[in-house]
Design a protein around this ligand. Sequence first.
Ligand code: NAD
Length: 249
Amino acid sequence: MQLNGVAVFVTGGGSGLGAATARAMAAKGAKITVLDQSKGNAEKVATELRGVAIEADVTSEEQVKAGLAEAEAAHGVARVLVNCAGIGGTQRLLDRDGIIYPLEKFLRIISVNLGGTFNCVRLFAQRLVSVEAIGEERGVIINTASVAAFEGRGDGIPYAASKAGVVGLTLPAARDLAEYKIRVNTIAPGSFETPLLLGLPEEYRKRIGELVPHPARLGHASEFAGLAVHIVENGMLNGETIRLDGAYR
Ligand code: NAD
């Protein structure tokens, strides 16, 4: 699918990988809606791209539904969904003081990263099926997992589990939505230079970058965005999770 003139809905688009993807797709002529729980960031990116800003939580049926409706009123039905909203968080199961990982924290990470992705996929698809296909396809969904889905850190069980869930839903969603000519793919990034990582000390970030075989650095958000654009444009890519990690294992 070509992006020119197409309505694109980017969750977590107020920052990092989502903002870079919104910019790259806008540069291809797409009409952008940025959904983010941070109103200020959503507005900043949307204003820059002459798009629509939606302040919403991806886990809310009501808020995402209203956001899709508002985007549709401005741009027509969205044909591309990019799910970038996500949260991290590191904590061991048991720390040295005997404090156990809180169940609510686990469930919140699963709810945002996995539940939020599923929520947006289903509500986006519901609206998309009401319009005709363009040529051989109706639309494209891109989710964001992480290499943690395959090799999670010991202090990131909920994050790894949530991202493994995103990988797990990719093929069945592609199979389910094939009837409607909607493709579903997932990108599993390694470590990328975004506000998520910029909070860490520079020395630590440098060390993470040096662990990447080649190129031995953190990924640039524009490289993630470039892959997202390619996924939309390549009609044969479907049901796949693509690692984007410089051979990091
Ligand atoms: P980021 O923090 O810069 O951006 C994430 C955005 O999601 C933020 O703007 C935040 O406000 C928004 N968000 C969080 N919870 C939300 C919710 N419930 N509803 C709506 N919006 C919400 O982070 P990023 O690095 O751009 O990460 C984007 C995605 O990529 C995440 O899913 C993250 O897990 C994944 N990822 C990032 C890296 C990395 O190294 N940066 C690596 C692997 C995977």
